[in-house]
Ligand binder design. Structure first.
Ligand code: UDX
Length: 436
């Protein structure tokens, strides 16, 4: 099957590479010349386990191509997958301008009947509009249909998630479109759930927002645990044995970040409002998360007279471990607050430093200063306070004794519940975590 993929971010690139792995003839399109050149050499623009190996393998096999020439890629494709971004607008709605640009390019270039498959997360009803939009601008006398095929991969495990997905959701309005998509996914040998287009679009939001709600619920319960003297780790463990609840996504912490949950909760809230409906559960989830992100800073503020001139060790910057992505990471909100309060921040992150430097360059920033260090122990050296924002293995490996001996004042605020409160106390570390 000849497949074109528009956009080479997490969604587009991983899908393209995995389709090539299944022996489809894949061309990935991106506007960025430099990025395309790098990908041709088998180098991934994003850090994702196993991705480069598969890129190199399929580049060599001849099933994977990269180009900026969308005309060449689209004109005789059997299916064109759209995996471009749908970033958040200032009002929380999804920005569909990249989808519109690609749709127009498709309409102007396709020379044979083809299926356009929207993989990007888009508000319910967008696929109908994309189909109409393409029809309006079609240049050649061909039939183009649009299908929805939402993506459920998580960053850090993107390749695994795609090759071993729990299910493939396909949303179509015709038997032909359904059959073609099933044929494309046949080699993956995964369960396929076939529904109508609007349902497929909704499934994606319903899943992401449900998981986000689960996290916010646990954070809310964790905050209550602190007040009533219960321990959220034990509470989560006790809950996890109930199969109706499940063991995953029960970790309370510093709040969710990333490119999906923050954006998709706000987008669904916005979509509901557009239809005159208030989605109270999701709205509460958004509110709980905003407060949760800065909860530790607020606690620390109560404890300190001032942050001015204090050395603050910040361990972990990315929104979770296993990725170099900082989008909507709770660390960002906290760094802003710490720097505005005059702290000298020494930050460590094994993968996120480069991206963090673009947001927070080294040197004087606001009232404080920003520095990066190459190992977590350097950050702790002589520090007055320490914040843990990401659950990287090398951060988890720090022992209570190391906090105690390296820091000037062993005061630790842990947003990921990585350490045992009892052991920290015994080592003489003043330790605050979430819900314990
Ligand atoms: C998520 C979904 O998991 C994925 O299916 C969807 O396609 C895209 O959005 P991702 O954003 O990559 O994937 O990361 P995920 O592992 O889901 O974590 C999201 C955020 O929730 C992170 O900030 C993480 O730290 C936080 N989280 C997750 C918790 O705070 N507690 C948990 O128990 C789980």
């Amino acid at each position: 099957m000849k497949i074109a993929v528009a956009g080479t971010g997490y969604v587009g690139l991983v899908a393209g590479v995995c389709f090539a792995e299944m022996d489809h003839d894949v061309t990935c399109v991106d506007v960025d010349e430099k990025k395309v050149e790098v990908m041709r050499q088998g180098i991934s623009p994003i850090y994702e386990e196993g991705l480069e190996e598969l890129m190199q393998k399929n580049n060599a096999k001849g099933t994977l191509h990269f180009t900026t020439d969308y005309k060449e890629a689209y004109k005789d494709a059997d299916a064109i997958f759209i995996g471009v971004g749908t970033p958040e607008m200032p009002d929380g709605s999804a920005n569909l301008s990249y989808i519109a640009t690609v749709s127009r390019q498709i309409a102007e270039t396709v020379e044979k009947d083809c299926l356009v498959v929207v993989k990007s997360t888009v508000p319910v009803g967008t696929n109908d509009k994309v189909e109409q939009f393409i029809k309006d601008f079609l240049v050649h006398d061909v039939k183009v249909e649009v299908a929805s095929n939402p993506e459920f991969l998580a960053q850090g495990t993107a390749v695994y998630d795609t090759l071993h997905a729990a299910r493939i959701i396909i949303g179509t309005e015709s038997r032909e479109a359904e059959a073609l998509l099933k044929k494309i996914y046949e080699p993956f040998n995964l369960p396929i759930v076939s529904v109508k287009r609007r349902s497929a679009e909704m499934i994606k939001y319903a899943c992401n927002d449900f998981l986000a709600l689960k996290i916010s619920y646990m954070n809310d319960i964790a905050n209550l645990c602190e007040l009533v003297g219960a321990d959220i780790t034990d509470v989560a463990k006790g809950m996890s044995y109930d199969e109706r609840i499940g063991a995953r996504f029960l970790n309370a912490g510093i709040g969710f970040g990333g490119s999906c949950f923050p954006k998709d909760t706000k987008a669904l809230k916005h979509l509901a409002r557009e239809y005159g409906y208030q989605l109270k559960t999701v709205e509460a989830c958004v509110d709980v998360n905003s407060a949760q992100k800065v909860r530790l800073f607020e606690k620390a503020k109560e404890r300190m007279i001032s942050f001015s001139g204090l050395k603050a060790a910040v361990l972990g910057l990315t929104f979770k471990a296993g990725t170099d992505d900082l989008r909507e990471a709770p660390s960002i909100d906290n760094l802003k607050l710490l720097l505005a309060a005059g702290a000298d921040v020494y930050a460590y992150d094994p993968k996120g430093e480069e991206r963090a430097r673009q947001l927070f360059p080294e040197g004087k920033l606001e009232q404080g200063t920003m520095s990066y260090v190459s190992d977590p122990y350097k950050a702790l050296e002589g520090a007055n306070i320490c914040f843990v924002f990401t659950e990287w293995g090398e951060i988890k490996a720090i022992t209570p004794e190391q906090f105690k001996s390296r820091m000037h004042t062993p005061l630790v605020y842990d947003g990921r519940n990585l350490y045992d409160p009892k052991q920290m106390k015994e080592a003489g570390v003043e330790y605050y975590s979430i819900g314990r």
